[in-house]
Design a protein around this ligand. Structure first.
Ligand SMILES: Nc1ncnc2c1ncn2[C@@H]1O[C@H](COP(=O)(O)OP(=O)(O)OP(=O)(O)O)[C@@H](O)[C@H]1O
Ligand SMILES: [Mg+2]
Length: 320
């Protein structure tokens, strides 16, 4: 299922609880697509990155080649570092604000931004901006972008942000409009100079650009012909319940869920303990089918080897 789905989409998000196999399955899917001739980018948004570990090379904020070329196909990877992303984001905001506020408020701006670094939401806003630019760059330079995301709750919240940030920016823009009208009136009365007018229009420009970026991300995320979200899970009670919840959340956000991957499925024919687990897992999977039976599903068995490097991933591909 997953490989067919990947072949028909340009953006894939893999989400799910910690340790279920998101990074392994994202990499295996990306590898298979690269081998099929597509230019593929894997993006890790999980602060606890393990893309580099899996591919046994250093992966960071700049795109690196993970495998290939395979004819026209390549596999590239990038890890979004939330700390660095937040710093870069705040530095950019600081530069803009220093240009835009009157000099006597400069110190105020610095104080505010120093506090903002640890304020709730700053981090997520920065990561979202970075996801937006990764999607933009990915769609420009690659045929397929595979997001290896952080454990579930976090990702769903991240995906609600384009909406929230859009509304927030709209509010600011409306306020600017009002103050611009006031400014124009003041200028007519000879009260306000050119500088303020230029500053106003520059602030408007920055805000509009940001709103456009989030709106574009939102359009990409909710377009079922471009994007699919795939939930990876283990066939256990809590992961099944959380998957049902995550799919409902994504539905509510208009993000198309493309399928489920049940990973590390215990074999029925490898001893009594694993056979008992297999039966127990089947019961949990029936719960999954009751609610999410309409979604296509892959099952990947529990494998004996560590999943490190291209050969191990190639082995995983055959189950997708
Ligand atoms: N089918 C499988 N059989 C055996 N081991 C597996 C299987 N799939 C993944 N693993 C192993 O499970 C561990 C976790 O996998 P992975 O890192 O892909 O999960 P993750 O969901 O990305 O984790 P995290 O939430 O910590 O980022 C790894 O050691 C990986 O090699
Ligand atoms: Mg991972």
């Amino acid at each position: 299922m997953l490989l067919d789905l990947a072949a028909r989409r340009r953006v894939l998000f893999l989400g799910g609880k910690g340790g279920v196999g998101k990074t392994s399955i994202a990499s295996a899917t990306a590898l298979a697509q690269a081998r099929a001739g597509r230019r593929v980018l894997v993006v890790s948004t999980d602060p606890a990155h393990n893309l580099g570990h899996l591919w046994q090379r250093t992966v960071g904020d700049d795109v690196v080649r993970l495998a290939g070329p395979f004819g026209t196909g390549v596999l590239d990877g990038v890890e979004i570092d939330p700390g660095r992303t937040t710093d870069a984001h705040l530095a950019a905001v600081r530069r803009t604000l220093h240009r835009l506020v009157p000099p006597h408020l400069s110190r105020e701006v610095d104080r505010h931004l120093d506090l903002a670094r640890d304020a709730p939401g700053t981090h997520e806003a920065a990561v979202l901006e970075r996801v937006a630019t990764a999607v933009e760059a990915g769609l420009r330079d690659h045929d397929l972008v595979v997001f290896d995301t952080a454990p579930s709750g976090h990702t769903a919240r991240l995906l609600t942000l384009p909406e929230t940030m859009g509304a927030w920016t709209d509010g600011l823009l409306r306020r600017r409009e009002r103050s611009e009208r006031l400014g124009a009136a003041a200028r007519m009365l000879g009260g306000q100079g050119e500088t303020e007018a230029r500053r106003d229009s520059e602030i408007r420009h920055v805000l509009t650009e940001r709103r456009t970026r989030f709106a574009r991300l939102r359009d990409v995320l909710t377009d079922p012909t471009i994007t699919a979200f795939v939930v990876v899970l283990a066939a256990e009670r809590l992961p099944v319940l959380e998957t049902i919840e995550l799919c409902a959340q994504l539905d509510g956000l208009g993000v198309p869920v493309g399928g489920l991957v049940v990973n590390k499925r215990s074999p029925a024919d490898a001893g009594g303990l694993l056979a008992a687990r297999h039966t127990q897992e089947a019961a949990h999977l029936r719960t999954l089918t009751d609610t999410l039976g309409h979604l296509p599903r892959d099952e990947v068995p529990l494998l004996g080897d560590d999943l490190v490097g291209e050969d191990a991933l190639q082995h995983l591909v055959r189950y997708l």
